[in-house]
Design a protein around this ligand. Structure first.
Ligand code: CA
Length: 509
């Protein structure tokens, strides 16, 4: 049986929106190596994250369970590494296993990676240049640019592996996570302006108040460090953020910005502005270009890994996956960041290649979720999917054979109510092929003192077909009465199925 087990190369970036991958068709950048995976395999259009932030998504991927089950519901609730996970099952089942790059599930003996023959991870968010890493429990410094460093470590491990066994390698890039520091060789990319999304000037009418309350706006909430600008000494304390002991300030957005001078940290170039619109445009372009430049490095390095597989004769026997721990707002609704169940942050990019079972150039429109990844790996490995896992193997979908009883439903829940940085509201909901139902219960569990009672609870329903930009909440529109009732029934059933506890009362409308 061992001879038939495929290798599994799982490459995951951090905060990589599908819109910033060429084959998804938005046209804002080019990613020939990532596109190669889709061209020689399959692209998923409806793969979703069950909780749109780093740490919970990673826990769901490793364990195949929802976050109320694995207890990793926020950035601060780290994984208990005594939990079973997919690497442990694969290792027991004959695989060599490795985890390289961003872990973000906690540090120290209780939280460090387990189930891996080799691991070398960035502490916390990690640094872009000369990162410190924790390698098999030891602190090391790894010189170089982080995306290159992670790839080098993966390739070294592949070179030194036991060739008698199949491998399971998780290559987790830090990029393109905030603060979007690119390799110097990519500084000149994107001289021309990037297209501005239709909803950049969203006024958040016709939506639950969470949208207008969120502090994720490019025009108001970007920090000097986010955009590689010199942060002045002193000044306003509005919007401060402490990182690594440093105070980080937001860039002002005054009504009359003519006195504002922004200075490039690397070159000393000075920027001035006549109008607020000009300043907002500057922030957007600067953000997008920095973000896309970090992705240029990822694309190159994925190319190096694909070349390695070719060179070593491993391409036919290796499942290659490229995904991200969630999506990201690239100016849609005026935002950066993630957290919300709105489509741009909810949708994960997902590309998969396995020539033995997946036809080249195929596209899957079925619903998938990150809890499905672990069962899929075990299915391909010919191993039992343990009963605790809540996801379903995607193998049939990848092969172009969607089972008739496949659930076309994705569930999302976000717990970090009104965290000081982003002020994003807690919520949960479901999306099917046509509609999205969201419940904003406007309470927090994990942050003390943030319980707002229940008087301001809100529902949202979006018709994703008629309103793909999610600008019109139609939950109170009589034309959608039956849809709302049906979606609420499906939400209740889904929560019962996965064992999550509702905050709403059925029939609350
Ligand atoms: Ca992330």
């Amino acid at each position: 049986m061992t001879a038939k087990q495929p290798n599994i190369l799982f490459i995951m970036a951090d905060d990589h929106a599908s819109k910033a991958i060429g084959c998804y068709g938005a046209g804002i950048n080019q990613t020939p190596h990532l596109d190669r995976i889709a061209n020689e395999g399959m692209r998923l259009n409806h793969c979703y994250v069950t909780n749109s932030i780093c740490t919970p998504s990673r826990a769901a991927i490793l364990t195949g369970t929802y976050n109320h089950v694995n207890c990793v519901s926020t950035l601060e609730t780290h994984i208990d590494n005594r939990l079973p996970n997919v690497a442990k099952h694969l290792k027991t089942g004959g695989y060599q296993t490795a985890m390289v790059g961003k872990w973000h599930l906690g540090e120290g003996k209780a939280h460090e990676p387990t189930g891996f023959d080799f691991w070398s991870v960035l502490p916390g968010q990690g640094e872009y240049f000369d990162p410190y890493m924790i390698e098999m429990g030891e602190d090391i410094e790894a010189p170089g640019y982080v995306t290159d460093v992670i790839t080098d470590k993966c390739l070294n491990w592949l070179d030194e592996r036991d060739r008698e066994k199949p491998f399971f390698l998780m290559c987790h890039h830090k990029a393109p996570h905030r603060e979007w520091e690119h390799h110097p060789k990519h500084a000149a990319l994107y001289q021309d302006d990037i297209a501005v999304p239709d909803t950049f000037d969203d006024d958040y009418c016709n939506r639950a108040k969470a949208a207008s309350e969120a502090k994720m706006r490019i025009r108001n909430d970007m920090k000097y460090r986010d955009l590689g600008l010199v942060q002045p000494e002193g000044g306003s304390e509005v919007g401060v953020r402490v990182k690594d002991g440093d105070i980080e300030r937001k860039i002002p957005h005054p009504e009359d910005p003519s006195d504002l001078r922004l200075i490039d940290r690397a070159t000393g170039e000075v920027f001035t502005f006549e109008t607020q619109a000009e300043l907002a445009h500057f922030k957007y372009q600067r953000y997008l270009k920095r973000y896309l430049r970090t992705i240029a490095s990822i694309d190159e390095n994925v190319g190096r890994m694909l070349d390695y597989l070719d060179r070593e004769g491993l391409t036919e026997d290796t499942i290659v996956i490229y995904t991200s721990d969630q999506g990201f707002f690239l100016g849609e609704h005026g935002w950066f960041d993630k957290r919300f169940m709105y489509e741009e942050s909810f949708q994960m990019p997902f590309l998969v290649r396995y020539p033995k079972e997946i036809a080249a150039g195929t596209v899957c429109d079925d619903m998938a979720c990150n809890v499905d990844f672990a069962p899929s790996f075990l299915d391909y490995a010919g191993l039992t999917v343990p009963s605790y896992m809540q996801g379903k193997s995607l193998r049939n979908l990848f092969g172009g054979n969607t089972p008739e009883d496949w659930s076309q439903l994705a569930y999302h829940r976000y717990w970090m109510h009104r965290d000081p940085d982003h002020n994003a509201y807690s919520h949960y909901g479901i999306r099917d092929q046509r509609y999205k139902l969201i419940y904003w219960y406007n309470e927090g569990f994990d942050l003390p003192g943030t319980n707002h009672g229940g008087e301001d609870r809100e529902w949202e329903l979006f018709d994703c077909q008629k309103d793909p930009l999610e600008l019109f909440n139609v939950v109170e529109d009589q034309a959608y009465f039956d849809v709302v009732q049906n979606m609420m029934r499906q939400l209740d059933a889904k929560m019962a199925e996965i064992g999550d506890v509702p905050e709403h009362h059925s029939g609350a409308l």
